[in-house]
Design a protein around this ligand. Structure first.
Ligand code: ADP
Ligand code: MG
Length: 271
């Protein structure tokens, strides 16, 4: 059984400590919802697990399937079965979706996948996600709508069959129908592969489809509350204020990178 075990994880970005001691265990077949106000470290946690070099682990440990994740390069982490569906998938022009996926699949196995088998699997994934058939031949995420990019992350997940999938706000940018399609696909893939799931989302509706087995609230770099899915409903109806009061923590307010004072805007307009 592939289990992700995180102990006392501290992570800094640009010399600023963002995660301040995370403990979290995600086993096969489990579905963990990770919630929390924006800017409090959810994406930082997923990026650190995946090995993005911008996110520096200063303390603590991450193991997966009994292996030390922190000593692995990003591609090794992917090969050992970790997958991150990103909040902001990058566009790579010049590389087609199918080339990208074939190399990713081939990097994980000794014998390259046969073209016939690959096309069959890719067609199945594209159909499952109800995407346009030309998807395979388009450059990776290039000119994709927000919703298409998110569905494409799930196409990749379906093809790569990870042991643990982390999905970062994969539901944002999806309309109601697309949300249903994406949730169904995630549900089906998990039933087929028994992968573990760590899902970041703000929306109770997405979680209603996915039915998490566990839920956690991350505030100011720490998991403050962990419970079952009833926590999601409580946050949906009551927000995060009760947690601040009950657990004596303070929500970190999202920083605005270049604050614009209304006064100067107004002044410009007048001038
Ligand atoms: P969440 O996903 O919960 O909204 P993030 O993990 O994205 O929060 O951000 C937590 C904090 O870390 C924020 O203050 C954010 O500005 C900072 N941070 C995250 N990623 C980066 C980055 N790549 N460069 C600079 N700061 C970052
Ligand atoms: Mg985020």
């Amino acid at each position: 059984m592939a289990e992700l075990v995180i102990k006392n994880l501290h992570v800094s970005v640009d010399d600023k400590e963002i995660l301040k001691g995370i403990d979290l265990t995600v086993a096969s077949n489990e579905r963990h919802a990770l919630m929390g106000p924006n800017g409090n470290g959810k994406s930082t946690l997923l990026q650190a697990i995946m090995g993005n070099p911008k996110y520096i682990v200063t303390q603590g440990s991450i193991s997966f399937d009994g292996q030390d994740v922190l000593s692995m390069e990003v591609d090794q982490r992917s090969k050992c079965g970790l997958f991150l569906g990103m909040q902001y998938p990058s566009e790579i022009s010049g590389v087609t979706n199918s080339d990208f996926l074939r190399s990713a699949i081939n990097a994980r196995q000794e014998k390259p996948i046969s073209l016939f088998k690959f096309i069959k699997q890719m067609d199945k994934a594209i159909q499952k996600l109800e995407m346009k058939p030309d998807l395979a031949h388009r450059f990776l995420n290039d000119g994709f709508s927000g919703g298409e990019k998110k569905r494409n992350e799930i196409v990749q997940m379906m093809m790569l069959k990870p042991k643990l999938a982390m999905l970062d706000e994969i539901d944002s940018g999806l309309d109601v129908d697309a949300l249903r399609i994406v949730s169904d696909a995630i549900d089906e893939i998990q039933k087929e592969t028994q992968m573990g799931l760590l899902i970041v989302s703000h929306y109770a509706r997405f979680y209603e489809y996915l039915k998490p087995t566990h839920a956690h609230i991350l505030i100011d770099g720490k998991i403050v509350v962990s419970s079952d899915a009833s926590l999601i409903e409580k946050v949906d109806t009551q927000g995060y204020e009760w947690i601040e009061n009950e657990y004596h923590v303070q929500v970190k307010k999202e920083e605005v990178s270049s604050p614009v004072s209304l006064g100067s805007c107004g002044a410009k307009k007048v001038a």
